[in-house]
Structure formats: structure tokens, C-alpha cells
Design a protein around this ligand. Structure first.
Ligand code: FE2
Ligand code: FE2
Length: 367
């Protein structure tokens, strides 16, 4: 075991967390399908209101996270054989190093925060989240090994000195990244620029990120609502500071990318650059934002509507679309190549029935 794996295992052991049992061998397609369905749909048996901040809210959110766990084993995931062209396309995506490092950091940050929690069910839910980040890292590592993609050296992962702060920063970063990843992932799927088997292998990972930010938004909302007012003010200030910190960090990153000749240094352009790496078809900012919003709604549609959803980034995307209406109107009449993709979904082996319906009810607002 490498040093950082030892560190993560020690953090798990220190709080008495046992990793979940996973079935041996290759699962049958029906079992796989069933597990994927279970992970994307969950409704509480609690009757009536689930007041945010109530013990029932906390209990049901933790139960949802436990019961939607998908027991796939990274080692049995099938990596399809790729043609030399396709292999080159996959290997040249500029995301593998940063994806592995992000998962490595997230698992340790969530585990460190879990260790500070007094409520066993919340601690177990956050620890399971940490363990799933560890599994994402394993999935990515197996994939790059299978395709012979060379990664740079891993950074030194450290246990954070202020676990709550890092939990907030990492959680809100996941809310931002997942929102755009949902759209880009769907773009890759619809464009058939990559083999469908490869895209679908990552589907459980993508849905897990949706569960993670659902858990995060609800735990933050629960904490907000259950704190006495003085501590609540301090917590709100921490949340505001976390958003400022993330905005600053991303601005610095965008500037350094510009300085290194990667993109123009603007975040929307970075997203558009990513879009160009997953599809050969031109898609505008408007089309991509629409797709991200649709995918965001689709992925959350199967979970109990009484839970809080992450709302800040979708609200900002809607605001951007609203403000950009004059330009969109000006472009009316121009051919919009992405329209058929944005308006039509596609059924896949991962059961997209819930996917293609919009949420019937408005869910409460979260982070
Ligand atoms: Fe992850
Ligand atoms: Fe995550």
C-alpha cells in the first residue's frame, strides 16, 4: 500500500469504520441493472413533511445514502478494447491527473471531517462518502493502467487541520464540478465520440457524485437549521468564506492556465474547451448550459422531493441564460446543431426512465 492509502486506511480504522462488503466476481447484467436503479431512485417511507433540520430529516438523509449504495467492485469493471485512434483520443483528455488527485484529496478530507462528528449515523454517511471517493480513485487508476495512460506523480495528501472548513470547500467544489460534469458526460454519450461501453462504465461513478452532493446539501441544510443563532451566524460566515475561497482559487487557476497557454483563462471558456474534447460537434455556451441544467434535474429526479437539492450553481446557470437572452434572440435563425441533443434523451442500459422525466415537484433549496 502506498503512503496515502495507508493514511486513508488509518483514518477509517481510527473511527471504527468497516468498508462495505462487495460481492465477488462479475455480477449478472440484471444484478448490475438493479444496483444502478437502486442507486438513482429513493423515496422515504416517512409520511408527511420532512422538516429541514429535524431529526427525521437527518435520519432519512443518512438512510437514503446508505440504501442507495451501489456495491460494484472496481476490479471487475470491464474496460473495452479501444482502437489506436480511440485510445489516443482517451489518453489525450487533459483530465486524468487532476481527476485522480481530486479523488485522493476528497477521500481524506471527508474522512477527516467524519472523524470529528459525534452523531454515529452522520459520521457513517460521511465516511461512506469518503470511501466512495477512494473507490473512484481506484476506478480511475485501473482505467489508466488498462489503457497505459501515464500519470504524473501524485501530490502529498495531507489530513486537513480544519476538517469542517475543508469539508465545506470540497463539498461546494463538488457541487460546481458535478453540475458541469453531468452535462459534459451526457455530451460525450450523445456524440458517440467515445465507445458507449466506456462511457457507461463511468455511469455509476457519475451518479455517485450526484448522491454525494445531495448528501452534502442536506447535511449543510440540516446543520444550518439546527444550530443556535450565534453558532448559526458563524456557520453562515464560514459558508460565505468557502464560496469566496473557491471563487478566488478558480480565478488563480484560470490565470495560470492562461499564462501557460491553456485556453483564454475564462472559466466558461475552460468548460467550452472541455466540451470540444468530448464531442466533434460544435456546441455553444447556451446549448451546453441547457444540457447541464437538464442533466442536473434528471439525475436528482429519482430522489425524495422533500430533500434539499444543491441549487446555487443551477440558479447561476439559469441567471446567465436569462441575462444572455438578447444575444440568444439575435442568433435566432442561425442553425443550432446541438438542438436535437438538448431536446432528446437516449435510453441506455443503465435505466434512464427516471432520467428522462423532469422533477414533478420543486425541491427545497440547498447549497
Ligand atoms: Fe468522486
Ligand atoms: Fe464525490
Amino acid at each position: 500500500m502506498t503512503d496515502h492509502n495507508v493514511l486513508f486506511a488509518a483514518t477509517m480504522a481510527a473511527i471504527g469504520f468497516s468498508p462495505p462488503e462487495l460481492p465477488d466476481g462479475h455480477p449478472e447484467p440484471e444484478a448490475l441493472e438493479g444496483a444502478n436503479r437502486t442507486s438513482r431512485c429513493w423515496t422515504s417511507t416517512h409520511v408527511g413533511e420532512l422538516r429541514v433540520g429535524s431529526p427525521e430529516h437527518k435520519h432519512e438523509v443518512c438512510r437514503m445514502f446508505r440504501e442507495t449504495f451501489n456495491p460494484y467492485r472496481p476490479a471487475v469493471l470491464a474496460w473495452p478494447k479501444l482502437s489506436p485512434d480511440m485510445l489516443q483520443r482517451v489518453a489525450s483528455l487533459p483530465i486524468w491527473d487532476i481527476a485522480v488527485h481530486t479523488e485522493g484529496r476528497a477521500r481524506l478530507r471527508f474522512a477527516a471531517y467524519a472523524a470529528t462528528l459525534q452523531t454515529p449515523q452522520v459520521r457513517d454517511a460521511v465516511m461512506l462518502n469518503a470511501w466512495e471517493e477512494h473507490r473512484h480513485k481506484e476506478v480511475l487508476s485501473n482505467m489508466v493502467n488498462a489503457y497505459g495512460i501515464a500519470l504524473g506523480p501524485e501530490p502529498a495528501y495531507r489530513v486537513p487541520r480544519d476538517p469542517e472548513w475543508m469539508y465545506l470547500v470540497t463539498g461546494y467544489c463538488e457541487c460546481i464540478d458535478s453540475f458541469f460534469a453531468f452535462g459534459l458526460f451526457e455530451l460525450a454519450r450523445r456524440s458517440a465520440f467515445f465507445p458507449v461501453e466506456l462511457v457507461e462504465t463511468f455511469e455509476p461513478v457519475m451518479q455517485e457524485e450526484c448522491r454525494h452532493i445531495l448528501l452534502f446539501a442536506n447535511l449543510v441544510a440540516w446543520q444550518r437549521a439546527s444550530l443556535p443563532w450565534r453558532r448559526r451566524i458563524a456557520f453562515e460566515l464560514r459558508i460565505a468564506a468557502a464560496w469566496f475561497y473557491i471563487a478566488w482559487e478558480r480565478l488563480v487557476l484560470a490565470r495560470s492556465m492562461k499564462a501557460n497557454g491553456m485556453g483564454t483563462g475564462q472559466d466558461s471558456n475552460f468548460t467550452m474547451t472541455s466540451a470540444r474534447t468530448v464531442t466533434p460537434v460544435e456546441i455553444g455556451v447556451h446549448g451546453l448550459m441547457m444540457l447541464c441544467l437538464q442533466e442536473n434535474d434528471r439525475r436528482f429526479a429519482g430522489y425524495d422531493a422533500r430533500f434539499v437539492r444543491p441549487t446555487t450553481i443551477p440558479a447561476l446557470a439559469r441567471l446567465a441564460l436569462f441575462l444572455a437572452r438578447p444575444w440568444a434572440r439575435k442568433r435566432q435563425g442561425e442553425p443550432e446543431q446541438v438542438t436535437p441533443w438538448v431536446t432528446a434523451g437516449r435510453r441506455t442500459r443503465h435505466g434512464r426512465a427516471a432520467a428522462e422525466r423532469a422533477p414533478d415537484e420543486q425541491s427545497p433549496a440547498g447549497g
